[in-house]
Design a protein around this ligand. Structure first.
Ligand code: SF4
Length: 584
Protein backbone atom coordinates (compact mmCIF):
# COMPACT_ATOMS: atom_id res chain seq x y z
CA UNK A 1 0.00 0.00 0.00
CA UNK A 2 1.40 3.42 -0.86
CA UNK A 3 -1.09 5.54 1.01
CA UNK A 4 -3.61 5.30 3.79
CA UNK A 5 -6.88 7.13 4.29
CA UNK A 6 -8.11 7.95 7.78
CA UNK A 7 -11.76 8.90 8.25
CA UNK A 8 -13.21 9.92 11.60
CA UNK A 9 -16.92 9.37 11.07
CA UNK A 10 -17.63 10.66 14.58
CA UNK A 11 -16.58 14.09 13.30
CA UNK A 12 -18.37 13.67 10.00
CA UNK A 13 -22.04 13.42 10.86
CA UNK A 14 -23.48 15.87 8.32
CA UNK A 15 -25.05 13.71 5.56
CA UNK A 16 -25.04 16.61 3.09
CA UNK A 17 -21.33 17.23 3.62
CA UNK A 18 -20.62 13.53 3.05
CA UNK A 19 -22.55 13.56 -0.22
CA UNK A 20 -20.70 16.71 -1.29
CA UNK A 21 -17.31 15.15 -0.52
CA UNK A 22 -18.18 12.02 -2.48
CA UNK A 23 -19.11 14.19 -5.44
CA UNK A 24 -15.77 16.00 -5.32
CA UNK A 25 -13.58 12.91 -5.72
CA UNK A 26 -12.08 12.76 -9.25
CA UNK A 27 -11.93 8.95 -9.09
CA UNK A 28 -15.64 8.79 -8.30
CA UNK A 29 -16.26 11.04 -11.27
CA UNK A 30 -14.77 8.39 -13.55
CA UNK A 31 -17.49 6.02 -12.33
CA UNK A 32 -15.46 4.10 -9.73
CA UNK A 33 -16.35 4.03 -6.03
CA UNK A 34 -13.34 5.45 -4.26
CA UNK A 35 -15.38 7.42 -1.72
CA UNK A 36 -18.42 5.45 -0.66
CA UNK A 37 -21.29 6.10 1.72
CA UNK A 38 -22.09 2.79 3.37
CA UNK A 39 -25.54 1.56 4.37
CA UNK A 40 -24.95 2.61 7.97
CA UNK A 41 -24.21 6.14 6.71
CA UNK A 42 -20.44 5.98 7.26
CA UNK A 43 -18.13 7.46 4.67
CA UNK A 44 -15.30 5.13 3.57
CA UNK A 45 -12.37 5.60 1.20
CA UNK A 46 -10.85 2.81 -0.90
CA UNK A 47 -7.11 3.24 -0.37
CA UNK A 48 -6.28 1.23 -3.51
CA UNK A 49 -8.34 3.51 -5.76
CA UNK A 50 -7.42 6.83 -4.08
CA UNK A 51 -4.81 8.78 -6.07
CA UNK A 52 -3.93 11.07 -3.15
CA UNK A 53 -5.17 14.18 -5.00
CA UNK A 54 -5.82 15.90 -1.64
CA UNK A 55 -9.28 17.27 -2.47
CA UNK A 56 -11.38 15.47 0.17
CA UNK A 57 -9.14 16.24 3.20
CA UNK A 58 -9.37 19.92 2.20
CA UNK A 59 -13.17 19.70 2.30
CA UNK A 60 -13.22 18.06 5.76
CA UNK A 61 -9.81 18.62 7.39
CA UNK A 62 -11.23 17.81 10.82
CA UNK A 63 -12.31 14.31 9.74
CA UNK A 64 -10.27 13.07 6.75
CA UNK A 65 -6.55 12.49 6.33
CA UNK A 66 -4.87 11.06 3.24
CA UNK A 67 -1.27 10.08 3.92
CA UNK A 68 1.32 9.04 1.40
CA UNK A 69 3.43 6.48 3.18
CA UNK A 70 7.21 6.90 2.99
CA UNK A 71 8.92 4.53 0.58
CA UNK A 72 11.07 3.20 3.39
CA UNK A 73 7.99 1.82 5.10
CA UNK A 74 7.86 -1.54 3.43
CA UNK A 75 6.42 -3.59 6.28
CA UNK A 76 2.93 -5.05 6.34
CA UNK A 77 0.77 -3.68 9.18
CA UNK A 78 0.80 -5.46 12.51
CA UNK A 79 -2.54 -4.02 13.56
CA UNK A 80 -5.30 -1.86 12.18
CA UNK A 81 -8.21 -0.68 14.27
CA UNK A 82 -10.68 -0.83 11.37
CA UNK A 83 -11.39 0.44 7.88
CA UNK A 84 -9.81 3.89 7.40
CA UNK A 85 -8.53 3.78 10.97
CA UNK A 86 -5.13 3.92 12.71
CA UNK A 87 -2.46 1.46 11.48
CA UNK A 88 0.55 0.20 13.43
CA UNK A 89 3.44 -1.15 11.38
CA UNK A 90 5.88 -2.61 13.89
CA UNK A 91 6.65 -3.26 17.52
CA UNK A 92 9.36 -2.32 19.98
CA UNK A 93 11.30 -5.24 21.44
CA UNK A 94 12.22 -5.60 25.09
CA UNK A 95 15.83 -6.53 25.93
CA UNK A 96 16.45 -8.83 28.87
CA UNK A 97 18.67 -7.33 31.56
CA UNK A 98 17.80 -3.81 30.34
CA UNK A 99 15.24 -1.00 30.68
CA UNK A 100 14.01 -0.09 27.20
CA UNK A 101 12.23 3.22 26.69
CA UNK A 102 9.71 4.14 24.01
CA UNK A 103 9.65 7.73 22.86
CA UNK A 104 7.21 9.37 20.48
CA UNK A 105 4.43 11.92 20.17
CA UNK A 106 0.86 11.23 21.32
CA UNK A 107 -1.36 9.31 18.91
CA UNK A 108 1.52 7.42 17.28
CA UNK A 109 0.62 3.96 18.65
CA UNK A 110 2.85 3.61 21.72
CA UNK A 111 0.04 2.34 23.94
CA UNK A 112 -1.25 0.08 21.13
CA UNK A 113 2.22 -1.42 20.70
CA UNK A 114 2.71 -2.19 24.36
CA UNK A 115 -0.81 -3.57 24.73
CA UNK A 116 0.10 -6.04 21.97
CA UNK A 117 3.33 -7.00 23.75
CA UNK A 118 1.37 -7.39 26.99
CA UNK A 119 -1.20 -9.62 25.18
CA UNK A 120 -3.94 -7.18 26.22
CA UNK A 121 -4.65 -6.51 22.53
CA UNK A 122 -4.54 -9.28 19.91
CA UNK A 123 -3.11 -7.89 16.69
CA UNK A 124 -4.98 -8.55 13.41
CA UNK A 125 -2.05 -8.09 10.99
CA UNK A 126 -3.94 -5.31 9.24
CA UNK A 127 -7.02 -7.41 8.44
CA UNK A 128 -9.62 -6.04 10.82
CA UNK A 129 -12.40 -8.16 9.41
CA UNK A 130 -10.98 -11.52 10.39
CA UNK A 131 -10.28 -13.09 13.75
CA UNK A 132 -7.25 -12.05 15.78
CA UNK A 133 -3.90 -13.53 14.82
CA UNK A 134 -2.66 -16.47 16.92
CA UNK A 135 0.94 -16.91 18.06
CA UNK A 136 1.83 -19.14 15.08
CA UNK A 137 0.80 -16.40 12.65
CA UNK A 138 2.66 -13.75 14.64
CA UNK A 139 5.80 -15.87 14.75
CA UNK A 140 5.77 -16.38 11.00
CA UNK A 141 4.86 -12.68 10.44
CA UNK A 142 7.92 -11.60 12.39
CA UNK A 143 10.25 -14.29 10.99
CA UNK A 144 13.88 -13.21 11.10
CA UNK A 145 13.30 -10.34 13.53
CA UNK A 146 13.74 -10.07 17.29
CA UNK A 147 9.96 -10.04 17.67
CA UNK A 148 9.90 -13.65 16.35
CA UNK A 149 11.90 -14.78 19.39
CA UNK A 150 9.70 -12.71 21.67
CA UNK A 151 6.44 -14.30 20.52
CA UNK A 152 8.02 -17.79 20.55
CA UNK A 153 8.90 -17.28 24.21
CA UNK A 154 5.40 -15.94 24.96
CA UNK A 155 3.88 -19.03 23.26
CA UNK A 156 6.09 -21.32 25.28
CA UNK A 157 5.15 -19.52 28.50
CA UNK A 158 8.75 -18.37 29.01
CA UNK A 159 7.75 -14.70 29.11
CA UNK A 160 5.15 -13.57 31.60
CA UNK A 161 4.10 -9.97 31.35
CA UNK A 162 2.90 -7.53 34.00
CA UNK A 163 1.52 -4.28 32.62
CA UNK A 164 0.69 -0.88 34.11
CA UNK A 165 -1.77 0.96 31.88
CA UNK A 166 -1.48 4.66 31.12
CA UNK A 167 -4.71 5.94 32.61
CA UNK A 168 -4.42 5.28 36.32
CA UNK A 169 -7.31 7.68 36.92
CA UNK A 170 -9.63 5.00 35.49
CA UNK A 171 -8.67 2.48 38.21
CA UNK A 172 -11.27 3.71 40.76
CA UNK A 173 -13.98 3.20 38.13
CA UNK A 174 -13.30 -0.54 37.87
CA UNK A 175 -11.74 -1.39 41.25
CA UNK A 176 -13.45 -0.73 44.56
CA UNK A 177 -12.28 -1.11 48.13
CA UNK A 178 -9.16 -0.35 50.14
CA UNK A 179 -5.67 -0.05 48.65
CA UNK A 180 -4.42 -3.00 50.71
CA UNK A 181 -7.20 -5.26 49.43
CA UNK A 182 -6.28 -4.50 45.84
CA UNK A 183 -2.58 -5.11 46.46
CA UNK A 184 -3.23 -8.36 48.38
CA UNK A 185 -5.23 -9.74 45.45
CA UNK A 186 -2.28 -9.31 43.05
CA UNK A 187 0.57 -10.14 45.42
CA UNK A 188 1.90 -13.24 43.63
CA UNK A 189 5.43 -12.60 44.87
CA UNK A 190 4.44 -12.20 48.50
CA UNK A 191 6.29 -8.91 48.72
CA UNK A 192 3.50 -6.49 49.57
CA UNK A 193 5.22 -5.18 52.68
CA UNK A 194 8.56 -4.59 50.98
CA UNK A 195 7.08 -2.90 47.89
CA UNK A 196 4.67 -0.75 49.96
CA UNK A 197 7.70 0.44 51.92
CA UNK A 198 9.76 1.20 48.84
CA UNK A 199 6.93 3.10 47.18
CA UNK A 200 5.94 4.89 50.40
CA UNK A 201 2.42 3.52 50.40
CA UNK A 202 2.16 2.54 54.07
CA UNK A 203 0.16 5.61 55.03
CA UNK A 204 -2.52 5.03 52.42
CA UNK A 205 -2.86 1.22 52.57
CA UNK A 206 -6.13 1.48 54.47
CA UNK A 207 -7.54 4.28 52.33
CA UNK A 208 -10.34 3.80 49.84
CA UNK A 209 -9.07 3.64 46.23
CA UNK A 210 -11.76 6.16 45.27
CA UNK A 211 -10.24 8.68 47.67
CA UNK A 212 -6.52 8.70 46.94
CA UNK A 213 -4.77 11.35 44.81
CA UNK A 214 -3.49 10.92 41.24
CA UNK A 215 0.11 10.55 42.45
CA UNK A 216 -0.93 7.93 45.01
CA UNK A 217 -2.96 6.03 42.40
CA UNK A 218 0.09 6.01 40.15
CA UNK A 219 2.28 4.46 42.86
CA UNK A 220 -0.44 1.93 43.77
CA UNK A 221 -0.68 0.92 40.09
CA UNK A 222 3.11 0.51 39.89
CA UNK A 223 3.06 -1.59 43.08
CA UNK A 224 0.24 -3.77 41.70
CA UNK A 225 2.31 -4.37 38.55
CA UNK A 226 5.56 -5.36 40.23
CA UNK A 227 3.81 -7.61 42.77
CA UNK A 228 2.86 -9.92 39.91
CA UNK A 229 5.10 -12.85 39.08
CA UNK A 230 6.52 -11.76 35.71
CA UNK A 231 9.75 -11.35 33.81
CA UNK A 232 8.64 -8.52 31.52
CA UNK A 233 7.33 -5.42 33.27
CA UNK A 234 5.68 -2.81 31.07
CA UNK A 235 4.92 0.69 32.36
CA UNK A 236 2.89 3.12 30.27
CA UNK A 237 3.72 6.64 31.56
CA UNK A 238 4.73 5.74 35.13
CA UNK A 239 5.49 9.30 36.28
CA UNK A 240 2.32 11.24 35.44
CA UNK A 241 0.92 12.96 38.55
CA UNK A 242 4.24 12.56 40.37
CA UNK A 243 6.45 15.43 41.52
CA UNK A 244 10.15 15.56 40.68
CA UNK A 245 11.32 13.85 43.86
CA UNK A 246 8.80 11.06 43.32
CA UNK A 247 9.81 10.78 39.64
CA UNK A 248 13.44 10.27 40.63
CA UNK A 249 12.42 7.72 43.29
CA UNK A 250 10.24 5.78 40.83
CA UNK A 251 13.06 5.83 38.27
CA UNK A 252 15.45 4.30 40.78
CA UNK A 253 12.82 1.76 41.75
CA UNK A 254 12.14 0.70 38.15
CA UNK A 255 15.88 0.41 37.46
CA UNK A 256 16.22 -1.77 40.56
CA UNK A 257 13.76 -4.31 39.09
CA UNK A 258 16.24 -5.27 36.41
CA UNK A 259 18.30 -8.46 36.53
CA UNK A 260 19.59 -10.68 33.74
CA UNK A 261 16.36 -12.71 33.72
CA UNK A 262 13.87 -9.92 33.23
CA UNK A 263 13.17 -6.82 31.17
CA UNK A 264 11.42 -3.50 31.67
CA UNK A 265 9.67 -1.50 28.92
CA UNK A 266 8.63 2.05 29.66
CA UNK A 267 6.77 4.78 27.78
CA UNK A 268 7.75 8.17 29.19
CA UNK A 269 7.41 11.80 28.02
CA UNK A 270 9.62 13.42 30.64
CA UNK A 271 12.92 13.35 28.75
CA UNK A 272 15.13 13.82 31.82
CA UNK A 273 13.40 10.89 33.50
CA UNK A 274 13.44 8.69 30.37
CA UNK A 275 17.15 9.40 30.01
CA UNK A 276 17.65 8.50 33.67
CA UNK A 277 15.57 5.27 33.68
CA UNK A 278 16.33 3.69 30.32
CA UNK A 279 19.40 1.92 28.91
CA UNK A 280 17.97 1.69 25.41
CA UNK A 281 15.26 3.48 23.49
CA UNK A 282 12.98 2.89 20.51
CA UNK A 283 11.62 5.96 18.72
CA UNK A 284 8.09 5.82 17.39
CA UNK A 285 7.14 8.05 14.51
CA UNK A 286 4.58 8.32 11.70
CA UNK A 287 1.52 10.53 11.48
CA UNK A 288 -0.55 11.21 14.59
CA UNK A 289 -3.80 9.26 14.75
CA UNK A 290 -3.07 7.81 11.29
CA UNK A 291 -0.09 5.46 11.43
CA UNK A 292 2.91 4.65 13.58
CA UNK A 293 6.07 2.64 13.24
CA UNK A 294 9.08 1.87 15.40
CA UNK A 295 12.77 2.63 14.89
CA UNK A 296 15.58 0.20 15.62
CA UNK A 297 16.72 0.20 19.23
CA UNK A 298 19.39 2.77 20.25
CA UNK A 299 21.40 3.55 23.37
CA UNK A 300 19.29 6.04 25.32
CA UNK A 301 21.56 9.10 24.98
CA UNK A 302 21.89 8.67 21.25
CA UNK A 303 18.16 7.84 20.90
CA UNK A 304 16.99 11.02 22.63
CA UNK A 305 19.45 13.11 20.61
CA UNK A 306 18.18 11.55 17.38
CA UNK A 307 14.63 12.24 18.54
CA UNK A 308 15.47 15.92 19.10
CA UNK A 309 17.17 16.12 15.71
CA UNK A 310 14.04 14.81 13.94
CA UNK A 311 16.09 12.59 11.58
CA UNK A 312 16.98 8.89 11.85
CA UNK A 313 20.09 8.54 9.73
CA UNK A 314 20.29 4.73 9.67
CA UNK A 315 16.72 4.49 8.44
CA UNK A 316 16.87 7.65 6.31
CA UNK A 317 13.68 8.97 7.90
CA UNK A 318 12.93 12.59 8.67
CA UNK A 319 10.00 12.65 11.07
CA UNK A 320 10.13 16.35 12.00
CA UNK A 321 11.07 19.36 9.85
CA UNK A 322 13.09 21.12 12.49
CA UNK A 323 15.57 20.27 15.24
CA UNK A 324 14.72 20.94 18.86
CA UNK A 325 17.58 22.96 20.31
CA UNK A 326 18.61 23.88 23.83
CA UNK A 327 20.67 26.89 24.75
CA UNK A 328 23.09 26.68 27.64
CA UNK A 329 21.63 29.88 29.03
CA UNK A 330 17.89 30.58 28.98
CA UNK A 331 16.82 30.49 25.35
CA UNK A 332 16.04 34.20 25.13
CA UNK A 333 17.92 36.50 27.46
CA UNK A 334 15.53 39.38 27.48
CA UNK A 335 16.08 42.95 28.41
CA UNK A 336 13.96 43.09 31.53
CA UNK A 337 12.14 46.32 31.93
CA UNK A 338 12.62 45.91 35.68
CA UNK A 339 9.12 47.18 36.16
CA UNK A 340 7.61 45.23 39.03
CA UNK A 341 4.07 44.03 38.41
CA UNK A 342 3.46 42.53 41.83
CA UNK A 343 5.27 41.55 45.00
CA UNK A 344 4.49 39.82 48.27
CA UNK A 345 5.61 40.37 51.83
CA UNK A 346 5.30 37.98 54.80
CA UNK A 347 2.30 36.20 53.36
CA UNK A 348 0.81 33.41 55.47
CA UNK A 349 -2.13 31.12 54.90
CA UNK A 350 -3.54 28.25 56.95
CA UNK A 351 -5.69 25.60 55.29
CA UNK A 352 -6.74 22.94 57.80
CA UNK A 353 -3.48 21.58 59.23
CA UNK A 354 -1.41 22.96 56.38
CA UNK A 355 0.51 26.21 56.77
CA UNK A 356 2.00 28.21 53.92
CA UNK A 357 4.43 31.10 54.24
CA UNK A 358 6.10 33.34 51.68
CA UNK A 359 8.66 35.90 52.91
CA UNK A 360 9.10 38.30 50.04
CA UNK A 361 9.43 38.30 46.33
CA UNK A 362 8.75 40.36 43.22
CA UNK A 363 7.59 39.53 39.73
CA UNK A 364 8.69 41.83 36.90
CA UNK A 365 7.19 42.48 33.53
CA UNK A 366 8.26 40.20 30.71
CA UNK A 367 9.44 37.43 33.03
CA UNK A 368 8.67 33.71 33.09
CA UNK A 369 9.12 32.23 36.52
CA UNK A 370 9.18 28.48 37.00
CA UNK A 371 7.89 27.08 40.29
CA UNK A 372 9.48 23.90 41.64
CA UNK A 373 8.53 21.82 44.66
CA UNK A 374 7.00 18.59 45.87
CA UNK A 375 3.32 17.69 45.74
CA UNK A 376 1.24 18.82 48.71
CA UNK A 377 3.53 21.69 49.60
CA UNK A 378 1.29 24.60 48.69
CA UNK A 379 2.25 25.53 45.13
CA UNK A 380 -1.31 25.61 43.92
CA UNK A 381 -2.43 27.46 47.08
CA UNK A 382 0.17 30.19 46.49
CA UNK A 383 -0.78 30.50 42.86
CA UNK A 384 -4.43 30.84 43.90
CA UNK A 385 -3.56 33.56 46.44
CA UNK A 386 -1.73 35.53 43.74
CA UNK A 387 -4.68 34.98 41.44
CA UNK A 388 -7.03 36.40 44.09
CA UNK A 389 -9.01 33.14 44.15
CA UNK A 390 -7.90 32.61 47.80
CA UNK A 391 -7.30 35.33 50.40
CA UNK A 392 -4.14 35.21 52.56
CA UNK A 393 -4.50 35.29 56.39
CA UNK A 394 -1.53 37.62 56.93
CA UNK A 395 0.88 39.75 54.91
CA UNK A 396 0.51 41.76 51.75
CA UNK A 397 0.26 41.27 48.06
CA UNK A 398 1.54 44.64 46.81
CA UNK A 399 -0.28 45.44 43.63
CA UNK A 400 -3.67 44.64 42.33
CA UNK A 401 -3.05 43.01 39.02
CA UNK A 402 -5.21 41.08 36.65
CA UNK A 403 -4.41 37.40 36.60
CA UNK A 404 -5.41 34.66 34.21
CA UNK A 405 -5.22 31.23 35.81
CA UNK A 406 -5.09 27.72 34.37
CA UNK A 407 -5.87 25.30 37.16
CA UNK A 408 -4.21 21.93 37.60
CA UNK A 409 -7.44 19.95 37.21
CA UNK A 410 -9.38 20.66 34.08
CA UNK A 411 -13.15 20.90 33.99
CA UNK A 412 -15.10 19.39 31.15
CA UNK A 413 -18.48 20.38 29.79
CA UNK A 414 -20.51 19.97 26.63
CA UNK A 415 -19.36 23.31 25.23
CA UNK A 416 -17.63 23.27 21.84
CA UNK A 417 -13.90 24.05 21.72
CA UNK A 418 -14.51 26.75 19.12
CA UNK A 419 -16.98 28.50 21.46
CA UNK A 420 -14.69 28.27 24.49
CA UNK A 421 -11.80 29.69 22.45
CA UNK A 422 -13.71 32.31 20.47
CA UNK A 423 -11.34 35.11 21.56
CA UNK A 424 -8.31 32.88 20.93
CA UNK A 425 -9.39 32.13 17.35
CA UNK A 426 -9.97 35.87 16.78
CA UNK A 427 -6.87 37.30 18.44
CA UNK A 428 -4.22 34.59 18.68
CA UNK A 429 -4.78 32.20 15.82
CA UNK A 430 -1.13 32.30 14.68
CA UNK A 431 0.38 32.83 18.07
CA UNK A 432 -1.47 30.18 20.11
CA UNK A 433 -4.19 28.20 18.30
CA UNK A 434 -2.08 27.11 15.34
CA UNK A 435 1.11 26.07 17.18
CA UNK A 436 -0.93 24.20 19.80
CA UNK A 437 -2.69 22.43 16.88
CA UNK A 438 -6.19 23.02 18.22
CA UNK A 439 -8.01 23.36 14.88
CA UNK A 440 -8.40 19.56 14.26
CA UNK A 441 -10.67 19.20 17.29
CA UNK A 442 -12.18 22.70 17.34
CA UNK A 443 -15.66 21.36 16.54
CA UNK A 444 -15.60 18.82 19.36
CA UNK A 445 -17.19 19.19 22.78
CA UNK A 446 -14.80 19.55 25.72
CA UNK A 447 -16.20 16.28 27.06
CA UNK A 448 -15.02 14.44 23.93
CA UNK A 449 -11.37 15.51 24.16
CA UNK A 450 -8.35 13.46 25.21
CA UNK A 451 -6.29 14.64 28.19
CA UNK A 452 -3.68 16.26 25.91
CA UNK A 453 -6.31 18.03 23.80
CA UNK A 454 -8.14 19.33 26.86
CA UNK A 455 -4.86 20.58 28.31
CA UNK A 456 -4.08 22.57 25.15
CA UNK A 457 -7.59 24.09 25.18
CA UNK A 458 -7.18 25.07 28.85
CA UNK A 459 -3.80 26.70 28.11
CA UNK A 460 -5.21 28.61 25.12
CA UNK A 461 -8.20 29.64 27.24
CA UNK A 462 -5.85 31.03 29.90
CA UNK A 463 -3.75 32.89 27.31
CA UNK A 464 -6.72 34.41 25.47
CA UNK A 465 -7.75 36.44 28.55
CA UNK A 466 -6.32 39.95 28.96
CA UNK A 467 -4.11 39.91 32.07
CA UNK A 468 -0.85 41.13 33.57
CA UNK A 469 0.13 37.73 34.89
CA UNK A 470 -0.59 34.25 33.52
CA UNK A 471 -0.49 31.43 36.07
CA UNK A 472 -0.27 27.99 34.55
CA UNK A 473 -0.53 25.08 36.95
CA UNK A 474 1.02 21.88 35.50
CA UNK A 475 0.62 22.75 31.82
CA UNK A 476 2.82 19.82 30.69
CA UNK A 477 0.49 17.12 32.10
CA UNK A 478 -0.88 14.85 29.33
CA UNK A 479 1.33 16.49 26.69
CA UNK A 480 4.03 14.51 24.89
CA UNK A 481 7.64 15.69 24.99
CA UNK A 482 7.39 17.45 21.64
CA UNK A 483 4.19 19.29 22.61
CA UNK A 484 5.89 20.37 25.85
CA UNK A 485 8.74 21.98 23.92
CA UNK A 486 6.33 23.63 21.46
CA UNK A 487 4.33 24.93 24.42
CA UNK A 488 7.48 26.46 25.94
CA UNK A 489 8.01 28.41 22.76
CA UNK A 490 4.36 29.51 22.58
CA UNK A 491 4.44 30.85 26.15
CA UNK A 492 7.84 32.53 25.64
CA UNK A 493 6.74 34.32 22.46
CA UNK A 494 3.41 35.27 24.03
CA UNK A 495 5.01 36.78 27.15
CA UNK A 496 7.53 38.68 25.07
CA UNK A 497 5.10 40.04 22.50
CA UNK A 498 2.47 41.09 25.05
CA UNK A 499 5.02 42.34 27.57
CA UNK A 500 3.33 40.37 30.36
CA UNK A 501 4.59 37.78 32.87
CA UNK A 502 3.97 34.12 33.58
CA UNK A 503 4.29 31.77 36.52
CA UNK A 504 4.61 28.11 35.59
CA UNK A 505 4.17 25.31 38.13
CA UNK A 506 5.46 22.04 36.68
CA UNK A 507 7.20 18.77 37.52
CA UNK A 508 9.01 18.25 34.21
CA UNK A 509 12.46 19.59 34.96
CA UNK A 510 13.49 19.84 31.32
CA UNK A 511 10.35 21.85 30.53
CA UNK A 512 10.98 24.18 33.48
CA UNK A 513 14.65 24.54 32.50
CA UNK A 514 13.68 25.31 28.91
CA UNK A 515 10.99 27.87 29.65
CA UNK A 516 12.02 29.76 32.79
CA UNK A 517 13.96 33.01 33.31
CA UNK A 518 13.85 32.65 37.08
CA UNK A 519 12.74 30.12 39.66
CA UNK A 520 10.65 30.06 42.82
CA UNK A 521 11.45 27.10 45.08
CA UNK A 522 8.99 25.55 47.52
CA UNK A 523 10.29 23.67 50.54
CA UNK A 524 8.67 22.03 53.56
CA UNK A 525 6.72 18.91 54.49
CA UNK A 526 3.87 17.75 52.27
CA UNK A 527 0.43 18.38 53.84
CA UNK A 528 2.04 20.10 56.88
CA UNK A 529 3.96 23.19 55.84
CA UNK A 530 5.36 24.91 52.81
CA UNK A 531 7.67 27.90 52.53
CA UNK A 532 8.37 29.87 49.42
CA UNK A 533 11.74 31.32 48.47
CA UNK A 534 12.75 33.29 45.41
CA UNK A 535 12.42 34.26 42.64
CA UNK A 536 16.04 33.26 42.08
CA UNK A 537 18.20 33.48 38.99
CA UNK A 538 18.06 30.08 37.22
CA UNK A 539 21.43 28.86 38.42
CA UNK A 540 20.80 29.76 42.07
CA UNK A 541 17.25 28.38 42.08
CA UNK A 542 18.23 25.12 40.41
CA UNK A 543 21.22 24.67 42.71
CA UNK A 544 18.99 25.13 45.74
CA UNK A 545 16.34 22.74 44.44
CA UNK A 546 18.72 20.05 43.16
CA UNK A 547 20.76 20.15 46.36
CA UNK A 548 17.61 19.34 48.27
CA UNK A 549 17.00 16.37 45.92
CA UNK A 550 20.70 15.40 45.98
CA UNK A 551 20.91 15.11 42.20
CA UNK A 552 23.22 16.92 39.78
CA UNK A 553 22.58 17.93 36.17
CA UNK A 554 25.05 18.22 33.32
CA UNK A 555 24.56 19.36 29.71
CA UNK A 556 24.72 16.88 26.85
CA UNK A 557 27.62 18.10 24.67
CA UNK A 558 25.76 17.46 21.41
CA UNK A 559 22.33 18.98 22.15
CA UNK A 560 22.86 20.95 25.37
CA UNK A 561 19.90 19.18 26.93
CA UNK A 562 20.14 18.66 30.69
CA UNK A 563 20.93 15.11 31.90
CA UNK A 564 20.93 13.69 35.41
CA UNK A 565 24.36 12.47 36.53
CA UNK A 566 24.60 8.92 37.78
CA UNK A 567 24.64 8.94 41.58
CA UNK A 568 28.24 8.90 42.87
CA UNK A 569 29.72 9.09 39.37
CA UNK A 570 32.84 11.24 39.00
CA UNK A 571 30.83 14.18 37.62
CA UNK A 572 28.17 13.82 40.32
CA UNK A 573 30.82 13.98 43.05
CA UNK A 574 32.74 16.83 41.41
CA UNK A 575 29.62 18.95 40.92
CA UNK A 576 28.45 18.32 44.49
CA UNK A 577 31.88 19.23 45.87
CA UNK A 578 31.89 22.53 44.00
CA UNK A 579 28.23 23.26 44.85
CA UNK A 580 27.27 23.30 41.16
CA UNK A 581 24.31 20.95 41.10
CA UNK A 582 23.07 22.65 37.93
CA UNK A 583 25.36 22.23 34.84
CA UNK A 584 29.06 21.66 35.02
FE1 SF4 B 1 -10.68 10.90 -3.87
FE2 SF4 B 1 -8.36 10.24 -2.74
FE3 SF4 B 1 -8.66 12.62 -3.91
FE4 SF4 B 1 -9.91 12.08 -1.60
S1 SF4 B 1 -7.72 12.21 -1.94
S2 SF4 B 1 -10.78 13.07 -3.41
S3 SF4 B 1 -10.37 9.92 -1.89
S4 SF4 B 1 -8.71 10.61 -4.89
Amino acid sequence: MTRIAIVDNEKLKDAQLKGYIRGLCPVNRTGKECIKIEQDGKLTIDEHLCTGCGICPKAAPHAIKIINLPEELKQEPIHRYGENKFVLYSLPTPSFGKVTGILGVNGIGKSTAIKILASVLKPNLGDWERHDADYEELISFFKGTEAQGFFEKIREGRIKVAYKPQQVDLIPKTTKGMVIELLKRVDERNELKKIANELQLNEILNNDIAEISGGELQRVAIAATVLKEANLYIFDEPTSYLDIRQRINISKFLKSLINENNAVLVVEHDLIILDYIADLVHLMYGNENAYGTVSGVKPVRNGINVYLSGYIKEENVRFRDSKIKFDVKPAVKKKHTKEAITSWHNVEKKLGNFKLSAKEGTIHKNEIIGILGENGIGKTTFVRILAGVLKQDKGEIAKKITVSYKPQYLEVSDELVVDVLKAGFNKYENQVIHPLDIAPFSLNKLSELSGGELQRVAIAHCLQQDADLYLLDEPSAYLDSEQRLILSKVIRDFVEQKNVSALIVDHDLLFIDYISDKLIVFEGKPAIEGSITGPFEMEDGMNKFLKELQITLRRDPETNRPRVNKLDSRLDREQKDSGKYYYA
